[in-house]
Write a protein that binds this ligand. Structure first.
Ligand code: DGL
Length: 269
C-alpha cells in the first residue's frame, strides 16, 4: 500500500472533527478524508446490529478512497463494530475508547464520571472496560440522550446544551467526582461549555490526542507514514445534506470548508 494514500476518518457527524484536529496537528503531511455519516446520525440511540451493518457499508467508501488506514472517530461505532471490521479488512483500524484509564490515574477523590451515548454505555466493550477499574475508582456513567442532536443543530442553542450537560453531570458532581471522561467525540466539541459547568476543580479528559498518537505509531510501525514535505489536503464528505453539513462542519472545524456528498465520490470512481 503506497504511503501517500489517504487516511479516512469517520463519525456519525461532526464529532470526529475533535479527533481530526489532533491528527492534523500531529501528522500535517498526511492526506486526510473526513466522512460525516449524517444521514445515519445519531448512532448512539440505534442498536448494535444496525450500527455494525452501517459501518460495513461505509467500508465501501473507505475502500474506494484507497485509504491506507481508518480512524473510527466514534465511540459508539467502535463499541459496536471495531472487532469485526478488523477481522474483515486488512488496513489498520484505530478506534475510540473512553479514557477511563487516564482518569483513574488522575483522580484524587477516587470518583470519576463518564459521559457517552446510550449505545456506548450499554455495550459489552464498555462494560468490560469499566469492570477493569471498578475496584480502584467509583465510576459514575451517564448516557446523554439528545446531546448529540443539540450539538449538530444548524443554529446552536447554547441554553439547551447547558441544560442537558447540567442534568447529565449532576450525579457525578453530587458524588464528589473530580475527573470527567468525554466518551463521545461530539462532546469534545463543546469541552469549553462542559468545563464551565463542572467548574475549575474538575479535569475534563477526552481521547482525541491519544488516538492521533496511536495512529502515528501504527503508520510508522507499518512504514505507511507519508514522506511528503507538503502539507496534506483535508477533504470533507457527508452522507447527509451537503448545505447543512457545510455550516455545521465549518463551525467546528474553525474555518469555512467545502463538503461533498459521498455519493458524488462513489459515482465518479
Ligand atoms: N460521536 C459518536 C461517539 O463518539 C456518536 C454520536 C452519535 O451519533 O450518537 O459516540
Amino acid at each position: 500500500m503506497p504511503s501517500d494514500f489517504p487516511i479516512c476518518v469517520i463519525d456519525s457527524g461532526a464529532g470526529g472533527l475533535s479527533v481530526l484536529k489532533k491528527i492534523r496537528q500531529l501528522l500535517p503531511n498526511e492526506e486526510l478524508i473526513y466522512m460525516a455519516d449524517s444521514y445515519f446520525s445519531p448512532y448512539g440511540s440505534k442498536s448494535k446490529r444496525v450500527i455494525k451493518n452501517r459501518c460495513f457499508e461505509n467500508m465501501g467508501f473507505v475502500e474506494l478512497q484507497h485509504a491506507k488506514a481508518l480512524v473510527l472517530a466514534c465511540n459508539t461505532a467502535t463499541a459496536a463494530a471495531v472487532k469485526e471490521l478488523r477481522e474483515a479488512f486488512d488496513i489498520p483500524i484505530i478506534g475510540m475508547e473512553p479514557a477511563i484509564k487516564p482518569a483513574a490515574d488522575l483522580t484524587r477523590t477516587g470518583v470519576i464520571g463518564v459521559l457517552a451515548t446510550e449505545g456506548t454505555v450499554d455495550s459489552d466493550k464498555y462494560l468490560d472496560l469499566e469492570s477493569l477499574y471498578r475496584d480502584r475508582v467509583k465510576i459514575i456513567t451517564k448516557a446523554c440522550p439528545g446531546l448529540v442532536d443539540e450539538i449538530e443543530q444548524i443554529d446552536l442553542d447554547r441554553g439547551e446544551i447547558i441544560k442537558l450537560v447540567t442534568e447529565y453531570t449532576e450525579a457525578f458532581l453530587d458524588k464528589g467526582g473530580d475527573t470527567l471522561v468525554l466518551g463521545c467525540t461530539h462532546y469534545a466539541l463543546i469541552t469549553d461549555i462542559i468545563a464551565e459547568i463542572v467548574g475549575k476543580e474538575v479535569v475534563v479528559v477526552d481521547t482525541g490526542m491519544a488516538v492521533a498518537k496511536e495512529l502515528k505509531r501504527r503508520l510508522y510501525a507499518l512504514e505507511l507514514n507519508s514522506d511528503s514535505k507538503r502539507e496534506g489536503r483535508v477533504s470533507f464528505f457527508t452522507s447527509g445534506n451537503v448545505e447543512d453539513q457545510k455550516i455545521i462542519l465549518s463551525r467546528y472545524w474553525g474555518e469555512e470548508i467545502e463538503v461533498l456528498h459521498y455519493l458524488n465520490f462513489l459515482l465518479t470512481v
